[in-house]
Design a protein around this ligand. Structure first.
Ligand code: SF4
Length: 734
């Protein structure tokens, strides 16, 4: 029996796991007691990883060989890797020849490893010369990126998990940590047990399992977060809780914000947010009087048409009260996916470049072109997730390469997404699972190795980089994502020699560690400098937080005893009050509360919100292979307030049509006190086999994203997955 240290592939907590394997098969998994994200704990998803590794192969749910579809709608046939990659390179080259580089797009995933992300980014922006590379992380955290950059000057969460143990007040906003980050939630429960004075406030329209343990639940109306934060700041100002010394020494823009916030008096805010004035006052008092305040937030702020403003307004609160850069204090954005952070680090989004550089900055483009050895990095902005599929639906993008994600289920406004997949001339899907809805649209299917079979790194929510290691060989003919991309890129180089600027190849990698070494070099001197980190150091001393520059103890520290767990990176940022802005000061952002993109009205009188279940992950391609993970919630159901159920003559289990302006689904109704009147909750996971419906023009669709809107935040381009206006009608059976 062999044991291999690796990392859980599900959520942004980034728990360490120890994989047991024998004779090339994964036989068990347990939490890594030495990993600082989880200290040996695993949630239901993590603790069943070994079972979900075996089941898909048995059930023929794994994609085991490259397959080609001769005609859309037909079953694909098996072909060899060489033929598959030759064909992909020829088709992409032909489309680029005919239509230019912006006629192709790469839609990738926060499930990919940092090294995978790096080569995709270099392939698109370096070799092909298009910035059309974006990721499902756009659906998860791009508002947090934009919020941090607007206020603190860099996309760098300033806090760490240990801050949970030091906080006097934890303010959870738009995050159901009990389900989405279960091991962090257990740490919060522990902290509450250890410190009876620790207060927990949860602001969420639903009374979630997280809200259940709160000392104060603020059930704000969907989309009213900016008003809530401004209302709290108004009260903090009124009650004398502003840290004027901090504001004066370390920030700019407070006077402009004060002018805006003056309008957000408690009565008005209570009305806008649907909250009790006394509850608002209580929250402000606890915030103002706490020695240290830690805010944890996630999709409730991010997945919004004003997501960046919501992030900035929350960070305003921390800056105004000096609640940042100290143990237990800070605005801490939690990432949904296991490597959304790593993707940000290598610039794997349409508006970013390696090492947190900005595509819009000509100096940054030149730096990256020099590092990569290419003539230039194009200046034209790339298409972000929603835009990429809209462009494909319009015929502007003609070839799509989709890796490790299932846009035919997970992107909002499914009708447009599926039209895009149908209209694109050529669709490559690089996947571990043959069962995703997107596979049905692929002209070429490339089998990807998955958790337990891959090598590389991921970065969790607290900037901690962990190694991901292979315990067993890839199933069938599956290959690591980076390797398939590099072999495709080398073929494409022969068709695009002008982009090589005289180099024999831009992808000279012998192994995944070579990619890491190149990536870390691009970070030299940047805010996330990791030049002090090597695979050897991560192997010897365990996961590390960035920044960790070569000048720190990091790389040079070979004097430490082997296998000793040591930290070389920085746990907290901005402890000195200096921010990575031109003047070193953090910036208040004076924004106003904006209405939802699609408010409910007389025709669509319900607010639909989406979210996660405890035991499932994304589109269930992995968790859906295991019966026991259906024990908690066995089938889809829309949760409605009991009063709404009674008024509509509904009882538990009755089928209802949920209808938005874009489509309908049919689903059983379930009465739930967690949901306020005129609100509805439906989990995001249920796909093809579970939740069927159709578009408003009759095309078959599935899942909650038949209903959602593709409206997005103008700054972050993150879509408003957390809210759509719907109507609920009882489905009369014959
Ligand atoms: Fe995996 Fe997240 Fe659960 Fe940890 S909390 S075991 S990372 S799913």
């Amino acid at each position: 029996m062999k044991e291999t240290r690796s990392t859980c592939p599900y959520c942004g907590v980034g728990c360490g796991v120890i994989i047991a394997s024998q004779d090339g098969q994964i036989t068990g998994v347990r939490g890594d007691p030495d990993h600082p994200a989880n200290f040996g704990r695993l949630c239901t998803k993590g603790s069943t990883l070994h079972l979900t590794a075996a089941a898909p192969v048995t059930w023929q749910a794994r994609l085991l060989q490259p397959q080609r579809r001769d005609e859309r709608g037909q079953a694909p046939r098996v072909i060899g890797w060489e033929a598959a990659l030759d064909e992909a390179a020829n088709r992409f080259a032909n489309i680029i020849d005919r239509n230019g580089p912006d006629a192709v797009g790469f839609y990738i995933s926060g499930q990919l490893l940092t090294e995978d992300y790096y080569v995709f980014n270099k392939l698109a922006k370096g070799l092909i010369g298009t910035n059309n590379v974006d990721t499902n992380s756009r659906l998860c955290m791009s508002s947090a990126v934009a919020g941090y950059k607007q206020t603190l000057g860099a996309d760098a969460p300033p806090s760490c998990y240990e801050d949970i143990d030091h906080a006097d007040l934890i303010f959870i906003v738009g995050a159901n940590t009990a389900y989405a980050h279960p091991i962090l939630f257990r740490r919060i429960e522990d902290a509450k047990r250890a410190n009876p004075n620790l207060k927990l406030i949860v602001a969420d329209p639903r009374r979630t399992e997280t809200a259940e343990i709160a000392d104060l639940h603020l059930p704000l109306l969907p989309g009213t977060d900016v008003a809530l934060f401004h209302g709290l700041l108004h009260l903090l100002m009124w009650e004398g809780h502003i840290d004027h010394a901090y504001v004066q020494a370390h920030t700019t823009g407070f006077d402009a914000l004060k002018t805006v916030v003056r309008d957000y008096d408690p009565r008005r805010v209570a009305a806008v947010c649907g909250l009790d004035e006394a509850a608002l006052a209580q929250a402000a008092q606890w915030f103002g009087e706490a020695g240290s305040v830690l805010s944890l937030y996630c999709q409730g702020l991010n997945q919004s048409s004003s997501g960046t403003a919501k992030n900035a307004a929350l960070i305003n609160l921390h800056l105004a009260t000096g609640q940042i850069g100290r143990p237990g204090a800070g605005p801490f954005s939690l990432t949904g996916q296991p490597n959304a952070m790593g993707g940000r680090e290598v610039g794997g989004l349409a508006n970013l470049l390696s090492a947190h550089r900005d595509l819009a900055n000509p100096e940054h483009r030149d730096e990256v072109a020099r590092l990569w050895g290419v003539r230039d990095v194009p200046a034209a902005p790339g298409k972000t997730a929603v835009e990429m599929f809209e462009a494909a639906a319009d015929g502007a993008i003609k070839a799509l390469w989709i890796s490790c994600t299932n846009p035919a289920q997970s992107l909002p406004d499914q009708r447009t997404v599926r039209r895009a997949l149908e209209r694109a001339e050529y669709v490559v899907v690089q996947e571990a699972y043959a069962t995703t809805a997107t596979c049905a649209y692929a002209d070429l299917l490339l089998p990807a190795s998955t958790w337990g079979e891959k090598e590389g790194t991921v970065t969790n929510s607290e900037r901690r980089i962990s190694r991901v290691r292979a315990a067993v060989p890839p199933a069938g003919q599956a290959r690591p994502d980076w390797l398939a991309v590099v072999e495709f890129a080398r073929r494409l180089e022969q068709r695009l020699p002008q982009r090589l600027a005289g180099r024999p190849t831009l992808f000279p990698y012998q192994g995944v560690e070579d990619i890491w070494n190149e990536h870390r070099e691009t970070t030299r001197g940047r805010d996330l400098d990791i030049t002090g980190l090597s695979y050897a150091l991560l192997d010897r001393h365990g996961p590390q937080q960035w920044p960790c520059p070569a000048s720190s103890e990091g790389e040079a520290s070979t004097s430490a005893p082997p296998d000793e767990r040591r930290s070389f990176g920085r746990a907290r940022l901005y402890e000195d009050g200096v921010f990575p802005t031109p003047d070193g000061r953090a910036r208040f952002v004076a924004i106003r509360h904006e209405a939802l993109a699609e408010p409910r009205d007389a025709r669509y009188p319900f607010s639909l919100t989406t979210g996660r279940l405890r035991d499932h992950w994304h589109g269930m391609s992995r968790t859906g292979t295991l019966g026991r993970l259906f024990g908690h919630v066995p089938e889809p159901a829309v949760q409605l307030n009991p009063g709404d159920m009674t008024r509509r003559g509904l009882k538990d289990g009755d089928l209802v049509y949920l209808t938005s302006r874009r489509g309908s689904v049919v689903v059983p109704a379930q009465a739930s006190e967690q949901v306020a009147p005129a609100q509805a909750f439906l989990a995001m996971h249920w796909g093809e086999e579970f939740l069927s419906g159709c578009s408003s023009t009759g095309e078959p669709l599935t899942g909650v994203n038949a209903l959602t809107t593709s409206a997005f935040c103008p700054t972050s381009k993150q879509p408003e997955l957390k809210h759509a206006a719907i109507k609920v009608l009882k489905a009369e059976l014959p």
